[in-house]
Design a protein around this ligand. Structure first.
Ligand SMILES: [Zn+2]
Length: 88
């Protein structure tokens, strides 16, 4: 399963860890993903969302199902219904 946020499409970043003796080895920084039940359009779905999307309120989770979540950022794989209009 890819470590990618379902809302903003943020994925892992790659780089090197460099020791004091300057030994270079590869490493990766994973996204802090949380599995949540969130409101997607009219349905409730189980999606994996990064914590920055959760904090910024891009996802409607829990009992606060009064408004639809809006996706504003990069490549969102989920289609969001906004008043009959479908935004990808
Ligand atoms: Zn995200």
């Amino acid at each position: 399963m890819a470590r990618v946020c379902d809302i903003c499409g943020k994925g892992p970043q790659f780089g090197n860890t460099i020791s004091h003796a300057h030994n270079v080895s590869k490493r990766r920084w994973n996204v802090n993903l949380r599995p949540v039940h969130a409101r997607v359009g009219a349905a409730t779905k189980h999606i994996r969302v990064c914590t920055s999307c959760l904090r910024s309120g891009k996802v409607v989770t829990g009992p606060r199902y009064t408004s639809y979540f809006t996706s504003t950022n990069r490549t969102s794989k989920i289609k969001v219904e906004l008043g009959g209009m479908t935004v990808e």
